[in-house]
Design a protein around this ligand. Structure first.
Ligand code: SAH
Length: 390
């Protein structure tokens, strides 16, 4: 399986030994052999010491993704071991749901592969040519350990193009239903396998939904902007709040209504552009006790970071008039590129421009089945600011 060797420039092995798994073009001194895109390679330091085994692709900015610091075969047993380690972590940090991210790429020692478990089914995302090539091995490992009824690949990320891959969707094993029933905190949901966004359900917000539910008081008015299939709103509705969910995707708000019926809850769903809707609601003098802002990443590159920053500024600026004194605002960003300090600066600008005080009650992150590996800063992507308005 090994197709060559990558020799690093002087000193570049240090960060790899410290568990950062990506090697940049500029860190490579020499590539020996002629590894084809996605092939397994051994990585060596300039002095000739073995560093690890990884996958190689000449195209992208990061040609090598390290899989192991040991001189071990990358076979089905390797994937089984990684999977078992990841599952044992999940057992400690996840409860009361059958929707779990069981593999979170680099954080779980498998760069480029994401696996979400929805009940008896798995939905995977393949981000690199390396994981594409190793598919037979990790597919067998998933079957061996979990014996799922079906495995769906939803690799729709545009970032695959940098790896020389096209975005695509395919059933890898068994048969996939159009909707997978799941439960979370006693609520029932359906995960759409055909039109759903990402892997179909935002598991990463689970703990934030629970945090919201713990704080909501009966009778409070909750505005859930970018509600997707209504998960935050339904937690709020169950806590006795009057929830309004807004999303631009008609399929999402239709499924949100179905979710409300399945759970015998009531909420209002609106299909609209959240940016425009906020301005209109301001004109109507609407008021809410809570506003949740959970916009999509928008920024995929550093260059797009400014547009996301201004999108957040605009959302906060236009949400503030809808919140009375003591109102609560939750601002989330799932873009790695917009880090916590930029988020805080952006929100501060918006509240200063409105002349309102904002206190930070809490800061929270993605649920722990999306582990944030400290040595891999890119693995912290979802940040939520829990704010109180003066
Ligand atoms: N809070 C959700 C996840 C939100 S994902 C949950 O916990 O499940 C982001 C959502 O924003 C998607 O559903 C997408 O359809 C929606 N969206 C994107 N642009 C939008 C816009 N301009 N107005 C309203 N919704 C938008």
């Amino acid at each position: 399986m090994l197709e060559g060797r990558v020799i690093l420039k002087q000193g570049r092995e240090k960060k790899l030994r410290h568990l950062y798994p990506w090697i940049q073009q500029g860190e490579i001194a020499e590539v020996q052999g002629s590894p084809t895109p996605g092939a397994l390679v051994q990585v060596y330091a300039k002095e000739g010491n073995f560093v690890g085994v990884g996958t190689y692709n000449p195209k992208p900015r990061f040609p090598v993704r390290l899989l192991s610091l040991q001189e071990e075969p990358i076979d089905q047993a390797f994937f089984v071991r990684r999977l078992q380690r990841a599952l044992s972590l999940r057992q400690k940090v996840v409860s009361d749901t059958n929707a779990v991210r069981i593999l979170f790429g680099e954080s779980d020692g498998i760069p480029g592969l994401i696996v979400d478990q929805f009940g008896d089914y798995l939905v995977v995302q393949v981000r690199t040519a390396g994981m594409e090539r190793l598919k037979p091995l990790w597919l067998s490992a998933l079957s061996e350990v979990l014996n799922p009824k079906g495995i769906l690949e939803r690799s729709e990320m545009e970032s695959r193009r940098e790896e020389g891959l096209c975005p695509h969707t395919q059933t890898l094993l068994g048969e996939m239903p159009e909707y997978i029933p799941i439960h979370e905190s006693g609520l029932e949901f359906l995960v759409p396998t055909q039109w759903g966004l990402k892997t179909g359900f935002y598991i990463d917000q689970r703990d934030n939904r629970r945090q919201l539910a713990r704080q909501i008081q009966p009778g409070e008015r909750v505005l859930d902007l970018f509600c997707y299939t209504g998960a935050f709103s339904l937690y709020a509705a169950r806590a006795g709040a009057q929830a309004v969910g807004v999303d631009i995707l008609p399929d999402a708000t239709a499924l949100a209504q179905r979710h409300a019926e399945m759970n015998h809850l009531e909420a209002t769903w609106l299909t609209a552009n959240a940016f425009d809707w906020l301005v209109e609601a301001q004109g109507r003098g609407e008021q809410y006790d809570w506003i949740l802002l959970d916009p999509p990443a928008i920024a995929k590159t550093r260059g797009q970071r400014d547009s996301l920053k201004w999108a957040i500024w605009k959302l906060v600026y236009n949400a503030l008039p809808l919140l009375p004194e003591g109102g609560r605002l939750v601002v989330c960003s799932c873009a790695y590129q917009l880090d916590l300090s930029i988020m805080i600066d952006t929100v501060r600008l918006a509240c200063t421009d409105r002349g309102r005080a904002l206190w930070v009650d809490d800061v929270s992150f993605q649920s722990p089945d999306h582990p944030f590996l400290l040595q891999f800063p890119e693995s912290l992507y979802l940040k939520c600011l829990w704010l109180r308005v003066g």
